[in-house]
Design a protein. Structure first.
Length: 358
């Protein structure tokens, strides 16, 4: 039986199970250390059918709709979005001021919460994620709503509480931001890299969790192979993700930087960028020609190099991988770069039609 595909098709509701209706919430509310600070709401927060409530009992005990002090919440340490547009935040604050907070943020209990810690700075662990000791809750989804609520001076805020693992916190933050188209290309790529490196997920597993194709995830990760100068320019929206992918076609970083400057100076389209990258690659090969060769021979070599460049690009398009093709009188060489064991297995299956194995 085919495995159900996860991620965006199901939406956040599939990853953050809703609480049961009011009667069940009251009967299974979580124990609170400071009940004078927090009140459990009797309002239902999802359409979970009563007949499924018992089967989700273990989850229900960890979920509730609470009103908590706004200062008891800290940002998600795994939040992939690094920038919040101040104009968007101001608009959201005005909306909350007029209409109230229509959709509560989603939080989890903070496993590092220390009620006796009132001033110590958060410690930084080896992987770069800060541990927050002073906040009782960590945001999973809805940071802009929380920031906007603080902006207009709210002292308490309704939240949906869900117990999660660090991996789930990152997954849910990625899915929410992708659904809202809130991540720029680099934030998305770094989030995928974190899932692969820190949580040891394969690219196929990442694609299932976020509802993107494996090729889309792979192409996103490859953006991180570009030089820092190009990544900074992409982050500043000086050109598009499509331009960045075209820059990857150039054979070395020197050409990529030259081409980036041309994109910015001449407002080149993605197609123009791709064509220029191909011409640069052909020029590299042309510089290797023997200057003393007969004109007719050099012309044949140029035609051959153009054909090779075109064929090389077709391989790249077909495999969605970095490919380098060289040809000579005695044959040639086709180099396909892969960046993980998963890509090697995928390439093996693509070529042989068989499962990978020794």
């Amino acid at each position: 039986m085919a495995k159900a595909r996860g991620g965006l098709g199901r939406g956040l509701n599939a990853l953050i199970p809703g609480a049961i209706p009011a009667r069940e919430v009251e009967e299974t509310k979580p124990s609170l250390d400071d009940e004078n600070e927090e009140s459990l709401s009797a309002a239902p927060i999802s359409d979970t059918p009563p007949e499924t409530a018992l089967s989700k009992l273990s989850e229900v005990r960890k979920i509730g709709l609470l009103t908590v002090p706004i200062t008891s919440i800290a940002p998600n340490p795994y939040q992939p979005r690094k920038k919040i547009d101040p104009d968007v935040l101001e608009e959201l604050a005005n909306s909350i001021r007029v209409h109230g907070l229509v959709q509560p943020p989603v939080v989890s209990y903070n496993p590092d919460y220390d009620p006796n810690n009132h001033g110590e700075e958060p410690a930084t662990v080896a992987d770069g994620v800060k541990k927050e000791y002073r906040a009782r809750y960590l945001l999973i989804a809805g940071e802009r709503r929380w920031q906007a609520a603080k902006l207009i001076g709210l002292t308490t805020i309704p939240v949906v509480v869900k117990e999660t693992t660090p991996l789930q916190m990152l997954e849910l933050a990625i899915v929410e931001n992708i659904q809202r188209a809130d991540l720029n290309p680099l934030e998305e790529a770094y989030a995928y890299r974190q899932l692969v490196d820190e949580f040891r997920l394969t690219q196929e597993q990442v694609s299932e969790k976020v509802g993107k194709s494996r090729t889309a995830v792979t192409n996103s990760l490859r953006l991180l192979d570009l030089p820092k100068e190009i990544l900074d320019a992409l982050s500043d929206n000086l050109f598009t993700e499509g331009h960045a992918r075209a820059l990857l076609m150039a054979k070395d970083n020197r050409d990529r930087l030259r081409l980036m400057n041309l994109i910015i100076e001449k407002a080149m389209s993605v197609r123009q960028t791709e064509e220029t990258a191909r011409r640069m690659n052909t020029a590299h090969a042309a510089r290797a020609y023997n200057d003393e060769a007969e004109p007719e021979m050099r012309q044949k070599q140029r035609i051959s190099e153009l054909e090779t460049s075109s064929l090389e690009q077709k391989f790249r398009d077909a495999l969605s991988m970095q490919v380098e093709l060289t040809r000579s009188k005695r044959g040639g060489k086709l180099v396909v770069q892969f960046y993980s064991e998963e890509e090697l297995e995928w390439l093996y299956r693509r070529i042989t039609g068989e499962d990978f194995g020794i």
